[in-house]
Write a protein that binds this ligand. Structure first.
Ligand code: URA
Length: 194
């Protein structure tokens, strides 16, 4: 896998990074969160997935993707033979926006180094973004998911697949067939690298 070198500030070690996230006050969300949500899974995983932000359940439990969208994500991953230990899952924002509103640009900017550093540590062989905020954050693009998901992208030399957010799939189950195509492409990419 490509070696990811953070562009600016020195890369903190994993424990330090977790500590920084837990005590972060870089944006206003620190005043309304119950706790920051760092990520879950295996920091040595070959596949890393990036979502949007913690919701109510995640804020309460301190883990990403533990609510309804998380259950669908677990099912999607198990459909391609992947369990909790085969992936690392994080979000663009580590803290819950009140009422699950969309992340604001200043919040995304304040949180950007944490995600960049997480990717630099995990050094996944394949990255997957779930929904538009993750795609836009890692690709510096504002194109629609429908357009972005049709091609494979690169993030610092790592192949990056864009797919729908599971919460969107819960609202628009008609899109699940397209998400399945994305999952198959992700499975192929992992198999080709094995
Ligand atoms: N949606 C996300 O994007 N992330 C979570 O952790 C939960 C729901």
């Amino acid at each position: 896998p490509a070696v990811v070198e953070p562009a600016t500030t020195a890369l903190p070690d994993w424990a330090d990074l977790q500590q920084q996230v837990a005590s972060c006050t870089a944006c206003g969300l620190c005043q309304t969160r119950t706790q920051a949500v760092f990520g879950k899974g295996n920091p040595r995983a070959r596949l890393m997935l990036v979502g949007e932000a913690p919701g109510a359940e995640e804020d309460k439990l301190g883990l990403p993707f533990v609510g309804k969208a998380g259950q669908l994500l677990d099912n999607m991953l198990s459909a391609i033979g992947l369990g909790q230990d085969d992936v690392f899952i994080a979000n663009v924002l580590k803290c819950r926006p009140p009422g699950n509103r969309n992340p604001a640009a200043d919040e995304i900017a304040a949180c950007a180094d944490y995600l960049r550093w997480q990717i630099a540590h995990v050094q996944p062989e394949v990255l997957v973004t779930l929904g538009r905020f993750a795609a836009h954050a890692l690709l510096q693009s504002d194109a629609a998911i429908g357009a972005l998901r049709r091609e494979t992208h690169q993030y610092q030399g790592i192949p990056l697949f864009v797919t729908f957010h599971p919460a969107y799939l819960l609202r628009s189950p008609g899109e699940k067939a397209k998400a399945w195509q994305d999952l198959l492409a992700i499975r192929r990419a992992l198999a080709n690298k094995a």
